[in-house]
Design a protein around this ligand. Structure first.
Ligand SMILES: [Zn+2]
Ligand SMILES: [Zn+2]
Length: 117
C-alpha cells in the first residue's frame, strides 16, 4: 500500500523544504504531508561552489521525505476494492460485507459509516 501511495504523491517541495500531496479521487480534497525542512537550505544558497554536492543531498533527503509522506498517507487513504481509486477516509465507508468508497456504496446500494466522519 505504501508503494502504491508513493506513486500517487505529487511533489510540492521547494528549495527550503519537502512536501507532497495526494488528492482524493472521490471528493477531490487535497491532503499535504507534514513538511520536512531541507537540512542544507541555508548553506546551499551561500556556497554556490558546493551546488552539486548539495543537489545530491537534496535528492537523498527528498527521497526519504517521499517515503515518510507515503507512510503518513497510508493512515488517511484507502484504495477502493471496487473501483480501485484512491480515496480519503471521509469517502471510504466501512460496510458490512466489504469496505468501499461512498460512490461505489451508493451504486451498489450498500450502506456504511465513513472511516473518518
Ligand atoms: Zn474524499
Ligand atoms: Zn469505489
Amino acid at each position: 500500500m505504501t508503494n502504491l501511495l508513493t506513486g500517487y504523491l505529487e511533489d510540492r517541495s521547494t528549495a527550503q523544504y519537502f512536501c507532497f500531496s495526494i488528492s482524493c479521487e472521490v471528493c477531490g480534497e487535497f491532503w499535504y504531508s507534514s513538511s520536512v525542512p531541507f537540512s542544507k537550505a541555508g548553506q546551499a544558497a551561500e556556497h554556490r561552489e558546493k551546488r552539486e554536492l548539495y543537489d545530491a543531498v537534496y535528492q537523498r533527503e527528498k527521497n526519504r521525505a517521499r517515503l515518510a509522506a507515503g507512510r503518513e498517507a497510508v493512515e488517511r487513504f484507502s484504495q477502493c476494492p471496487i473501483c480501485r481509486r484512491l480515496v480519503c477516509d471521509s469517502c471510504f465507508l466501512i460496510c458490512d460485507e466489504m469496505d468501499m468508497c461512498r460512490e461505489c456504496a451508493g451504486r451498489l446500494k450498500e450502506s456504511g459509516e465513513p472511516v473518518a466522519p
